[in-house]
Ligand binder design. Structure first.
Ligand SMILES: *Cc1c(COP(=O)(O)O)cnc(C)c1O
Length: 376
């Protein structure tokens, strides 16, 4: 059996090698390394796939969050509501722009920000909500957009882990993750569902004026050549990455389907196992399984992780610590016991290997070992 990995980018490359190599070498041949034609073509292709009017590519998913926040005119002192159970990028960008992050619990079932929690956290200074579509499933956007509408708040969706996931509104409308708020952001970090061979990111918006602003801020705030209307940054997707992404975008639905097949296999194998809570799949969203994250209650998570490791099965804890307890964010003044849901998730979650190249033999081996752990 092939060695089991959390993600297997090498085997995926071997499968796409000729297309990827052609894409890379055609960029080198023209040597249009910055703002070459593939960048705009990729943006247009991603616009079509996402069903959004504007895709603005940039250097990474964290920059995408800055660009969205800066372009919406969020100011120091504004309060921005976001989730406690995610990667640090959302909290970090809010804090670095001098705004006040207001942290809200996730829902224990689906790991995404609690809409009720958002409601309770709103004050007269609240300006925006930043939901994260964690592990590949959308937050409850219908409710979140309704709350935002009632209070005149911006919504910036962090869709870095959910490229290609669908949200189903109760009126039958279907939207891709990242296209429902005022702006959405994503990352093309190599291990993401749509990943490049380095760093990359993008902002989505249906608002053409906002799109112009984002494009300008990503390019030093320049409007006409060497005339600067905004204080900007330098954040670009390079042409080689765009060329690779054009190839991989054509496979995205197939990639997401193979991840879901892995999740389906895990779900049915674990169906009778009391030691495990499998990921909750909400009716309002498809799930593209950026991670397959189980909960292991009764304090047995670390023991299971170690047992799997001893048997050659990698697993990861996303995320081991609540954000409100991180050293850098002590200044926010939260106390240890403020977020019991986040704290218990951090003790219980375990992400199992899920990627586009998993073999049946590997899946059977992993599920056998997990079940053995609980039955021994
Ligand atoms: C990966 C990720 C980011 C940041 O992306 P980078 O491209 O590494 O900057 C932001 N938010 C979430 C939820 C992520 O998973």
């Amino acid at each position: 059996m092939k060695e089991i990995q959390m993600v297997d980018l090498k085997t995926q490359y071997d499968r796409l090698r000729s297309e990827i190599d052609n894409a890379i070498f055609s960029v080198i041949n023209t040597s249009a390394f910055i703002k070459g034609p593939d960048v705009r073509s990729f943006e247009e292709e991603l616009q079509n796939y996402m069903g959004v009017k504007n895709v603005i590519s940039c250097a990474n998913g964290t920059d995408a969050l800055y660009l969205a926040m800066m372009s919406l005119g969020l100011r120091p002192g504004d309060e921005v509501i976001t989730t406690n159970f995610t990667f640090i990028a959302t909290l970090e960008t809010v804090a670095l722009l001098g705004m006040k992050p207001v942290i809200v619990e996730p829902e224990a079932g689906n790991f995404n920000i609690s809409p009720e929690g958002i409601r309770k956290a709103i004050t007269p200074r609240t300006k925006a909500i930043v939901p994260v579509h964690l592990f590949g499933q959308c937050s409850d956007m219908e409710v979140i957009m309704k709350i935002a509408g009632e209070h005149g708040l911006f919504v910036i969706e962090d869709a870095a882990q959910a490229t290609g996931a669908d949200y189903f509104f109760s009126d039958g409308t279907v939207c891709k993750a990242g296209t429902m708020g005022n702006a959405g952001t994503t990352s093309f970090f190599p291990s993401k569902n749509l990943g490049c061979y380095g760093d990359g990111g993008a902002v989505y918006t249906d608002d053409d004026e906002l799109a112009k602003k984002i494009r300008s801020i990503a390019n030093h705030g320049m409007k006409l050549r060497y005339h600067y209307n905004d204080i900007g940054v330098n954040s670009r997707l390079d042409t080689i990455q765009a060329a690779i992404l054009r190839v991989k975008l054509r496979y995205l639905d197939e990639f997401n389907a193979s991840r879901k097949a892995v999740a389906d296999f895990y779900d049915s194998a674990f169906a009778g196992c009391n030691g495990i809570i499998v990921p909750v799949r909400e009716k309002y969203s498809s799930h593209i399984f950026h991670q397959y994250t189980i909960r292991v209650p009764d304090g047995r998570r670390d023991e299971l992780k170690q047992f799997l490791g001893e048997n050659g099965i990698p697993s990861m804890v996303y995320y081991p610590g609540p954000l409100h307890l991180q050293e850098a964010y002590r200044f926010l003044g939260y106390s240890e016991t403020d977020f019991p849901v986040t704290s218990s998730l951090c003790r219980e979650v375990l992400s199992l290997p899920v990627h586009t190249e998993m073999e049946q033999e590997q899946l059977e081996y992993i599920t056998d070992k997990v079940l053995h752990f609980f039955n021994k």
